[in-house]
Ligand binder design. Structure first.
Ligand SMILES: *Cc1c(COP(=O)(O)O)cnc(C)c1O
Length: 388
């Protein structure tokens, strides 16, 4: 074992694969429950889209979190993993009829509705079933987050949510509909947010909206502030558990909840990112004209974040202790963007060495594709490898 990885055990497993440290996942979940539990009325959902590996879902369900889904497939995966439909919230700008019907049939807790057009369809489909759908409106708070442009969602220019000026009219419309019940407001400003100031800006905006609603005598039972808490990609060992204390305390301090209101969170990345690593084997060392390449057997099909968002993952050679050298780490896919890192230092690397791409538990395995007719990577937990 070098560092945190059961390297000996890895040797017999076909690469590339995801490895999930379930001890760290459980510790993360305990921290979430402890910190959220200090505040009355906080309800935490797990955003399934970050990682829907059944073993991961089971552990998160055991910790008692609800779920946030963004598709019918995720609702099916959550129910299959044993989550109660009464703890499911469902967001998404483009819900299909079958997805709405599936949600109605399962009596999920709430639809996070993103347009008037969608509200009308939910009302119609619920009427056909003689049901009343609980709805929250996702409001676009026009709050920017200091994160990668591709993962901000709360600006007026983004496709998500309902504009603030339409909030009251759309609530009034819902009140007149027979088959929907208005139960709350929903927000989600982006992902990988580390600056608590961004969440404070959201709190301030919600406080303003709440005042507006009070003036109109509109009651709101649930406020859902989405997810977005970031993780430390640079220091997965030093900061394995994100700062949930600051996160929840920030909301507690800055968001003025009214008596009886529940505050919901939808955390994805911060729950699962640090517990996962993509393990890949070195195929070749190639001396290019100006640089040295480590060609590994994982590619952008297994972990697309570097190609898609120029995301940084810490990369380690977990089978070499030799002096560091400088390499580009690249995959086998026929795309120039199939590069995990450029000009990084690794312990001197040779064919057969195992390489770990750290902090890959969120938006990793779930985003894998079969491009180039590749097999999807498997995911193994600590328990799967029988090492605890
Ligand atoms: C993606 C998403 C989340 C989770 O975001 P993280 O940054 O992974 O915490 C929460 N809510 C909604 C609506 C989302 O789309």
């Amino acid at each position: 074992m070098k560092g945190i990885f059961p390297v000996e055990r890895f040797q017999s497993i076909r690469t590339p694969f995801y490895y999930y440290d379930t001890e760290l996942l459980r510790k993360t979940l305990r921290t979430i429950n402890e910190e959220a539990g200090k505040h009355d009325n906080f309800v935490v959902h797990y955003a399934v889209k970050a990682n829907a590996n059944p073993a991961i879902l089971r552990i998160i369900r055991e910790a008692g979190l609800g779920v946030d889904c963004v598709s019918g497939g995720e609702i099916e995966a959550a129910i299959k993993a044993g989550f109660k439909p009464s703890g499911i919230v469902y967001a998404g700008v483009g819900k299909s009829d079958w997805e709405i019907n599936l949600s109605l049939d399962n009596n999920i807790f709430c639809f996070n509705v993103e347009s008037l057009a969608e509200l009308e369809v939910i009302n119609e489909l619920a009427a056909e079933k003689g049901k009343k759908a609980r709805v929250a409106f996702r409001i676009n708070p026009n709050v920017g987050a200091h994160t990668h442009a591709n993962i901000t969602t709360g600006l007026a220019e983004n496709k998500f949510g309902i504009a603030m000026r339409d909030m009251i009219p759309v609530i009034r419309k819902a009140e007149k509909m027979e088959n929907v019940e208005f139960i709350g407001l929903h927000f989600h400003i982006g992902s990988q947010i580390l600056d608590m100031g961004d969440f404070i800006a959201l709190c301030n905006r919600i406080n303003e909206l709440q005042e507006e609603l009070e003036r109109e005598h509109i009651k709101v039972e649930n406020i859902n502030v989405g997810g977005g808490l970031g993780i430390d990609y640079e220091h997965p060992n030093r900061v394995p558990v994100p700062d949930f204390k600051s996160f929840f305390d920030t909301y507690s301090r800055h968001l003025h909840l009214l008596p009886g209101q529940k505050l919901h969170f939808e955390l994805g990345r911060s729950v699962v990112a640090q517990c996962g690593s993509l393990i890949t084997r070195t195929l070749y060392i190639k001396q290019g004209e100006v640089k040295k390449f480590v060609i590994v057997d994982a590619g952008m099909t297994d972990l697309i974040r570097p190609a898609l968002y120029q995301a940084y993952h810490k990369i380690e050679n977990i089978t070499s202790e030799d002096a560091k050298e400088t390499y580009d780490i690249v995959g086998p896919i026929c795309e120039s963007s199939d590069v995990f890192a450029k000009q990084i230092e690794l312990n001197a690397t040779k064919r057969g060495d195992l390489i770990a791409l750290r902090s890959a538990g969120a938006y990793g395995e779930i985003m894998a594709s079969q491009y180039n007719c590749r097999q999807l990577p498997k995911g193994y937990t600590t328990e799967d490898l029988n090492i605890i």
